[in-house]
Design a binder for this molecule. Sequence first.
Ligand code: HT7
Ligand code: ZN
Length: 864
Amino acid sequence: PVTHYRKDYLPPDFLIETVKLKFELDPNATLVSSELMLRRNPQSDGLAQKLFLNGEGLTLKAIFIDDEELTEKDYDIDESGLTLNRVSDRFVLKTCVEIDPANNAALEGLYVSGDKFCTQCEAEGFRKITFYMDRPDVLAEFFVRIEADKTQYPLLLSNGNKLDSGDLSENKHYTEWHDPFLKPCYLFALVAGDLDLLADEFVTHSGRKIALELYVDKGKLDQSQFAMESLKNAMAWDEKRYNLEYDLDLYMIVAVGDFNMGAMENKGLNIFNTKYVLANPATGTDQDFENIESVIGHEYFHNWTGNRVTCRDWFQLSLKEGLTVFRDQQFTEDMRSKAVKRIDDVKVIRSYQFAEDAGPMAHPIRPDAYIEMNNFYTVTVYNKGAEVIRMLHTLLGEEGFQKGMSLYFKRHDGSAATCDDFVAAMSDANQFNLDQFKYWYSQAGTPTLRVDYDYDESNQCLKLHFSQNNAHESASEPYFIPVKLGLVGTKGNQVSFSSAEFGLTNVEEGLIIVTQPNQTVNLEGVSEEVIPSLLRDFTAPVKLDINYSDQQLAYLFANDGNTFNRWDAGQRLMQRFLIDEEDSIKESIAEAFRALLNDQSIDNAFKARCVQIPDLKTLFENDPNGRIDSLIERRKTLKKFLGIALEDTWSRLYNQLHRASDLDLDGVSVANRALKNASLDYMAFSSEQHEAIVIKQFEDAKLMTEELSAFSIANHHELEVASKITQAFYDKWHSEPLVMDKWLAIQASVDSLDTLNRIQTLRHDRVFNIKNPNKVRALFSTFAALNFSQFHRIDGAGYRLIAEAIIEIDEFNNQVAANLAKQFSSAAKLDDARKMHVQQQLKKVIDKENLSKDVFEVVSKTLE
Ligand code: HT7
Ligand code: ZN
């Protein structure tokens, strides 16, 4: 397979001014006619005599240049595309190709999902629709005509504004669309089908009326209201916080059941995985609602950060994704709880992104090389990318950041830009030198920031000694690390301090910047002995290594004035038991939990986060020796101990919150449910009536959050009633695919020797379909990612299950197969016995005939 390098970027030899596409839709034989107006790019060297257009899996039916039909010597076709052998400076290329959407199980290009046609073109799927310069820096004006059977496909949609529609012979009809905004082909979309419509409108701050149309499968309108509300909230938020207004008169969203990722921001016509649209309180959990709001927001925010300004090449993906994730995180922070959202986002970084940074697929947020671009839609590009943008926001402040955004749009609106362009806009708008900051874009790996401190009472000075270190081979330069900090005094008070170097005078919280490999920062005016509370709100994606005593950690857990650091202290305290194997500390953890849970002034959402024991993925990442068996055992022991030690507290909380529970989706109700269900989970270790309570909650539940918690607890604690509940859940919900995903996922995550057999049975159940990515993720990805004990079975049977699934899925969907292959990324850290099993299984995968380059890239790097 070919490796593509960032350093090899060259501007395109030709530009496409306008594109006219005609689709004659037929599931097995769709005709795509294309008319491209091409002209030589003034920014190229002007020498090219030939022109290559990408095209894969296309059957050419006709080809003309300037209305003259080409003969065989005028062009060459191979499996990657079409070469025109002699081209002039300006010409019109007409082609007609045939494709087979019904047999497109890769779900890239034009495909059939259910009874509808839909598209997915990012990153390089447009080349499966027609011959084209399939690269994001070729921006064109699109005109699209769609023709199809009127009964089967009453709805024919594409990007932009509808210009015309009408009837044709043989019960066919057509629509014509024009998108006035220049766009790269990865933002092209088409949908055809018979769908239900939820219509609404939004009036922008300049008074324009935007028609909002949300299309869902027939019968699902009762699950679409929340998504529409989220869209209107996102539109209002982007105007208020970023002064960004929507630009077309129509915004459409279509939900489809077969989709490789979460959603796609196609201009004016977003296509969504149903998982991020459909929910009502009976079918969706509180977490589903939060996810829907966030993904609807994310795709909407792309209209400016991604569509109006797009990426020059795919190495720049974080330009749009890191920035848009940051914006969707801010949206959720503003809509819900800022502190709790920060905790949730950092958990993703610590459990998934740090692991990726330490594994075989580690890459900078702006990668330098790839074999298959689809493999680089990663937590590094997205979530670490968002952390990098967040650091800019921290350094420049809200006002400075917005100044940078305005300059970025002023300079790059309507064009394709780079990460360097973005940083330059931030730097120029604020006269802030970001040269060193840019190493965050070019270096992979997670830096460790080690801190030692000493207090000089006579001078009231606290010295902080920082040293930064990043073991990754790409990381030779020190980072620019913003560290927000405060000082906690002996009476739980916040102690003020000053720093001439960082312009801080008598503050209780401030920002310092670590730029050197080794650096000492003096804080002056520190009136008493303190515990420093560092990296508040996780102001940089680093591992903070500071040697707190157990007492200090417990003290910070109880007293830190920063909510995030308070939670973090609790997590660190638990790791003393789980990783450092300090047995005696479990009493202090229980004590600390008791104090927290009895404190009426603390929000229940925060309490619910605090009582969650760090997950095994995070523990494995943090444990230098990756001791799987011991981590699993110790985690169980701690949970059981806390369940018993706080028996009264859990049941009091459960009863109190159960009585108070209502059906609302507001923040307080969601928080109450989260803490109530966490309590029920702990009660399994002590309460004699536990099983009866679980049954009652399951039977009485009116909300999916309640029903699913009871179902999950029954399975995870292997209660006698588990199989009955599992069956009842199935009987009630078997015709709701998204609810069945939850049903599969919970069974796949049970820590039981029987789970492998269960999965084998489930994969033959009628609700399972290996061609549907949501089902694959529910059953196989959940097993590999969340069922630590069974995936890592010492006999290798867990690895075998996943390897065989990868081989099977790679036959038709390379992207989904490659994503599953990433589950082996921790192989290098495993003990020898497990490592041997992983290698054996991955060798089987790599020896597969016709292995895709997607899977090849992941597996070959894992085996290196
Ligand atoms: N920008 C979108 C990326 C995406 C995608 C990428 C590869 C293959 C399938 C895909 N579906 C969507 C999603 C987003 O970040 O908003
Ligand atoms: Zn995105």
